[in-house]
Design a protein around this ligand. Structure first.
Ligand SMILES: Nc1ncnc2c1ncn2[C@@H]1O[C@H](COP(=O)(O)OP(=O)(O)O)[C@@H](O)[C@H]1O
Ligand SMILES: [Mg+2]
Length: 360
């Protein structure tokens, strides 16, 4: 077995999310050969578990195709994570905002199901409900009557502990703030409050912290997105023109503060009657989310139909995507979760290759 040849083979393997080869991504750390044993060391963009199995399979298959007698072991570790986030929150790999220009479009529903879908696939996930106007994650996660456990550290600092359900750690501004209190606080004060909420909560190690932002693009949203180091933002809309106008403002706001827009989710895209499963009704119009994504050159992450089961799950404190019988409706949420991970990993690959270019 020839080491150079092995490395050149491995360089050609694609990272399926990012659409670049391991060579381009500088992901092949080293290869050790002794006798017919091969150890491949990879360093990939997190989250590790998302990609490790697939790469393990691809590497083994490729080496064995050329050296059928080889005994191959693939060891994968994570490359450094988002430096912007790490500087402020060393235990959190990705901070993702879910936002919308308007209330009522399903932002919290998307955030709740996104968090659940990521956790179900093995990611360590936190969900921070920052919607001062209508915190709804405690309800959507069935913990509306719970309090947040908090204690004082020896230095007198307050430390909060998130509540956990379905493998997701949840904290809400609703646990710590009276509803009418929000109205009198200005953006900068609130932003300070949120930074505290993120910092003083013992999240532990997280692959993703999902932020359910307050809707809109005002002072509060602007300050929040400037103060908190986000890996990217997911913008949720419904298809009608009146909602799309607000989405445009959202995307412009994120562009202004240099937060990457990971993509647009179109919620309540259409309605399929349960007794007429071949019919699709485009109640709010068709194709709006896709066209606004095209307009700004951002990704379209997927669409979710209107379905009573989504609303029932939200009211019952059970993220619908976790229902074993969620079927194709569940798949629409799962596909969006995969798309979000893909976009986050792509963003990191871009940041890395920019950094390399600057070093050169
Ligand atoms: N795809 C959907 N199908 C059915 N009901 C939905 C769907 N998305 C959201 N809802 C319901 O619509 C209402 C508003 O959604 P919510 O996520 O709270 O919106 P937002 O956070 O944008 O204000 C909730 O009652 C929720 O259960
Ligand atoms: Mg909401």
């Amino acid at each position: 077995m020839n080491q150079e040849h092995l490395i050149s083979l491995l360089y050609g393997i694609q990272d399926p999310d990012i659409g670049q080869t391991l060579g381009q991504l500088k992901a092949v750390h080293s290869v050790e050969i002794s006798g017919n044993r091969v150890r491949v060391f990879l360093e990939v963009i997190p989250p590790l578990h998302w990609i490790a199995k697939r790469l393990d399979y691809d590497c083994k298959a490729l080496v064995l195709a050329h050296y059928p007698d080889a005994e191959v072991e693939v060891l994968v570790r994570e490359s450094e994570h988002d430096a912007n986030v790490a500087r402020v929150f060393p235990q959190i790999k990705n901070l993702i905002a879910v936002s919308s220009g308007k209330g009522g479009v399903g932002k919290s529903t998307v955030a709740a199901n996104l968090a659940a879908a990521l956790a179900q696939r093995g990611a360590r996930v936190g969900l921070l409900d920052a919607d001062i106007y209508g915190p709804s994650q405690p309800t959507m996660y069935g913990m509306a009557d719970q309090q947040m456990r908090a204690e004082k550290s020896p230095e007198g600092k307050v430390i909060g502990y998130p509540n956990e359900a379905y493998g997701v750690k949840v904290a809400s501004i609703g646990f710590v703030m009276q509803r009418d209190q929000a109205a009198i606080l200005r953006g900068p004060m609130l932003a300070g409050y949120f930074t505290m909420l993120v910092e003083q909560i013992q999240w532990g190690e997280l692959d993703f912290l999902i932020f359910d932002l307050p809707p809109g693009t005002g002072d509060i949203q602007l300050t929040l997105t400037q103060r908190i180091p986000l890996s990217g933002a997911v913008v949720v809309t419904t298809p009608q023109e009146i909602a799309l106008a607000d989405v445009r403002r959202s995307i412009q706001m994120f562009n202004k503060v240099n937060v990457r827009v990971l993509g647009v989710v179109e919620n309540m895209s259409h309605f399929i009657p349960q007794d007429l499963p071949d019919r699709k009704y485009y109640i709010f119009g068709q194709g709006g989310g896709q066209s606004v994504a095209n307009e700004y050159g951002v990704s379209f992450l997927g669409e979710i139909p209107i379905d009573i089961r989504v609303r029932e799950g939200a009211d019952a404190g059970f993220p619908f995507v976790l229902d074993p019988e969620s079927g194709s409706l569940g798949d629409s949420f799962r596909e969006i979760a995969s798309q979000v991970v893909r976009q986050v990993r792509k963003a990191q690959a871009d940041a890395k290759s920019n950094a390399i270019a600057i070093e050169l």
